[in-house]
Design a protein around this ligand. Structure first.
Ligand code: ATP
Ligand code: MN
Length: 479
């Protein structure tokens, strides 16, 4: 008989149909009720056995985490919690699970801390929480491609190994095949990269943007969606050493077009999860509400997870300049009461305490801050007419902080060359980037969305380590 996925049966149950399913046992209660899950959905199917009809030894092997196949008739369920259940006729054990061993794992059906689940990241997919998170993560991946494809963008695979770290986006990981015990040196004692695999120093990419720009200046609108690496030793709940980033780049777009694109993209992603993952979302919503209750009243989010997604999908983002943000902050209560730890002054970068105040207290919705001082933004951002600020934009989300960073790019060769000099960037290393400004250069813009930060927002998970299958963070590369 052909196996059916549990989701197919639960979504379209036909009473009386004989069905054949395979999955992992979540629980076996009263020697009668098996809860079976095959990962296709949050929901288990209930399989009911008449123990008199089965070999006792066989039933003993139906334990939590074991893999079994079940065949039987689909009947209407008398119990609550499910409309239909399988009246089991045949059971086959596919893979045993020793109950004593299961006891020590996250599969033991009880509440486990997220820290403990991280230590067992190889098994945490078996839990409801992580099943839901990773189904939604998949949904978002698909939605990213769908959004851009439907808008006529081309996906561009930017390189993972690159010679450019000119962006200054973060500390890089070096890539080499030197024997680390015998690194070739030049006469003056420096590492001789001409002897290395690529004949030059290379690193793992911190961003695919520069390459995306090259694509956009021919294909019109492109996006990258790939892994990104930053050796930042920060160990926060929002930073990974390896994360995934989506970077669209569009020729002829100015900063306003860029903001419009970002906003419609983020709204689309929220709607996609709302429409396609109601079961997973409901589960995570209940989970989130329990977490909220455990917090002190002032830190609680007044909105549920679903409400937060709907809110972003249905409300315009606030758009303010950096200069306005500084003025707002200087008029704010926490500023006057000296509650901010960091300086609020034109010319200094906004810290997360300031961003949180603006998003969570002042506006209570996503905020786009534009036109930052040139000094703390990247060299490629377009110089504004005031000569002090650049056409940059950061999108801040409630509970997350910065989720998107983007800008209009400097398309004027002379200005760009001057910026390289100001930032101590060797023009020769970036010759290919500068070259595009010589042949029909045009205004263009793009941004980077940190994919995991979006998954955090969509799932209500508050630690970035819990939205990527195997997190890479300082001192941690297990699995
Ligand atoms: P942050 O200030 O939060 O460190 P950033 O300014 O370094 O961010 P960008 O260089 O603009 O970030 O990168 C674009 C996006 O990538 C950010 O808006 C964020 O969503 C995401 N991002 C940046 N660094 C990380 C990281 N270490 N782990 C996960 N996501 C990240
Ligand atoms: Mn950073």
């Amino acid at each position: 008989m052909k196996r059916k996925r549990i989701i197919e049966i639960l979504d379209h149950p036909t009473t009386g149909e004989t069905v054949f399913v395979k999955g992992w046992v979540r629980a076996f209660r009263s020697n009668r009720f098996i809860q079976l899950n095959d990962g296709s959905t949050m929901n288990n199917i209930q399989a009911v056995v008449d123990f008199e009809n089965f070999d006792e030894k066989l039933l003993k092997r139906v334990t939590t985490a074991s893999a079994i196949a079940v065949q039987g008739k689909l009947v209407e369920s008398e119990g609550k919690g499910q409309s239909h259940e399988i009246a089991v006729e045949k059971i086959e054990i596919i893979g045993d699970a020793n109950p004593d061993d299961v006891q020590k794992t996250v599969m033991q059906p009880k509440k486990h801390s997220l820290e403990f689940l991280r230590e067992q990241a190889h098994l945490r997919f078996r839990t409801n929480t992580f099943g839901a998170v990773f189904r939604i993560r998949h949904g978002l991946t698909f939605a990213v491609h769908k959004f851009f494809h439907d808008k006529g963008f081309y996906s561009l695979h930017s390189p993972i190994i690159t010679g450019s770290d000119a962006e200054g986006a973060g500390e890089t990981f070096h890539v080499t095949n030197f024997d680390l015990n015998e690194i070739p040196k030049t006469e003056n004692g420096e590492i001789d990269y001409s002897e290395d695999f690529f004949g030059k120093a290379v690193n793992l990419t911190v961003s695919g943007q520069l390459e995306a720009e090259l694509g956009a200046l021919a294909l019109g609108q492109v996006y990258t969606f790939g892994p990104t690496f930053r050796a930042e030793n920060s160990n926060t709940s929002r930073h990974l050493a390896e994360f995934w980033m989506i970077e669209p780049e569009v020729a002829f777009n100015d900063l306003n077009d860029n903001m419009d694109l970002t906003e419609s993209f983020l709204k689309y992603l929220c709607n996609f999860v709302l429409e396609n993952y109601p079961d997973d979302l409901n589960f995570l919503d209940a989970r989130d509400q329990q977490e909220q209750k455990a917090k002190p009243e002032k830190d609680r989010n007044p909105m549920t997870l679903t409400e937060r997604l709907k809110f972003v999908a249905n409300n315009n983002f606030e758009r303010i300049t950096y200069t306005e943000a500084i003025e707002l902050l200087q008029r704010s209560k926490p500023y006057k009461k000296k509650k901010f730890k960091y300086l609020v002054e034109w010319g200094t970068d906004l810290q997360s305490e300031h961003e949180r105040y603006l998003v969570e207290k002042e506006f209570q919705k996503p905020v786009i801050i534009t036109d930052y001082p040139a000094s703390f933004k990247a060299f490629y951002m377009r110089q504004n007419d005031d000569d002090k600020t650049v056409a940059a934009m950061d999108v801040l989300f409630p509970g997350i902080g910065e989720i998107v960073g983007g800008s209009q790019r400097e398309e004027r060769l002379d200005v760009l060359k001057k910026k390289c000099a100001d930032f101590n960037i060797d023009e020769e290393e970036l010759w290919w980037y500068l070259d595009t400004r010589k042949f029909g250069t045009v205004p263009h813009s793009g941004f980077g969305l940190g994919f995991e930060r979006m998954v955090m927002f969509a799932t209500g998970m508050t630690n970035i380590r819990d939205v990527i299958p195997f997190p890479r963070t300082p001192l941690n590369a297990e699995f």
